[in-house]
Design a protein around this ligand. Structure first.
Ligand code: NAP
Length: 262
């Protein structure tokens, strides 16, 4: 899975969303993250079709919404996602949250079916606590490839990182820029100045150094490029230690159906 992807939540204008996806792919991005709930799978598909990049070179991920997690709804809504995205397979299909219609036995049996049929290359979960992942692994035949969770310098997710490292699970950081709040932070700003970089680039370089995939959402070419160029930033031990020491728990995404452990 390419370690830097493009997020698309709230990139809602169809023409703009397609243009952001096309721009990112032609710049070099090879990982696109969407979800049924974002209402933009059609536009993401249009962006992929417009880009001069072959489908097989793109790692495309979407997520099944919480109202579509009964076995029949998983199968039916995934067919719809495939058709909207203009593809006959997904590189990664996540369960968006362990909530709503999520019923481990039923939901996961449908994911196994999609995996066996080759419609999804990898099965993922999102917003899962370690207990949820353990339970899913007991039920599934398919491997759990990744857990997508909120992670950035103000929510460092030590427990989930430790669990992922111990159990061979990839972590994907959503809201890696703390939804824009990394801009103006004093610590990140000082490190950014040292590297002639931006705060978003420093946050993304920190995640990469930790082995965590990041999917910043960016709309304009300037933001898409700024984030892409984070790949050129190498943080040193002192930079990493300064960011690790930011002692905040600032969660940006906390809907009412989030797991109790939050
Ligand atoms: P984010 O990526 O942390 O931040 C996005 C915000 O930062 C936007 O306002 C964007 O503005 C701005 N931005 C991006 N690059 C910038 C740059 N280089 N300089 C200045 N500002 C910049 O927030 P997010 O959208 O919440 O998270 C990223 C992706 O994760 C989502 O799009 C979605 O794909 C995924 N996600 C998943 C879940 C889940 O439950 N699994 C939840 C939340 C998000 P512009 O748009 O104007 O460029």
């Amino acid at each position: 899975m390419p370690m830097l992807g493009l997020g698309t939540w709230e990139n809602e204008d169809p023409d703009q969303c397609a243009e952001s996806v096309r721009t990112a792919l032609e710049m070099g991005y090879r990982h696109i993250d969407t979800a049924q709930a974002y209402g933009n799978e059609d536009a993401v598909g249009d962006g992929i079709a417009a880009a001069d990049v072959a489908r097989e070179d793109i790692f495309l991920a979407t997520k099944v919404w919480i109202s579509k997690l009964s076995p029949e709804n998983v199968l039916r809504s995934t067919e719809t996602s495939l058709s909207r995205l203009g593809t006959d397979y997904l590189d990664l299909l996540y369960i968006h949250w362990p909530a709503g219609e999520y019923d481990p036995e039923g939901t996961l049996s449908a994911f196994d079916e999609l995996y066996d049929e080759g419609l999804i290359r990898n099965m993922g979960v999102s917003n899962f606590e370690p207990e949820h992942v353990d339970q899913a692994r007991d039920i599934l035949d398919a491997p759990v490839f990744a857990n997508q969770v909120e992670m950035h310098p103000f929510l460092q997710q030590e427990r989930l990182r430790q669990y992922a490292a111990e159990t061979d699970l990839d972590l994907v950081a959503y809201s890696p820029l703390a939804r824009g709040d990394v801009i103006g932070d004093e610590t990140l700003g000082a490190i950014a100045e040292k590297h002639d970089a931006s705060e978003p680039q420093v946050a993304l370089a920190w995640l990469r150094e930790l082995g965590v995939t990041a999917i910043p959402k960016a709309t304009s070419e300037a933001h898409i490029r700024d984030n892409w160029e984070s790949l050129d930033i190498d943080l040193d031990e002192d930079d990493m230690a300064r960011i690790d020491a930011i002692d905040r728990t600032d969660r940006k995404v906390h809907p009412g159906f989030a797991p109790d452990a939050w």
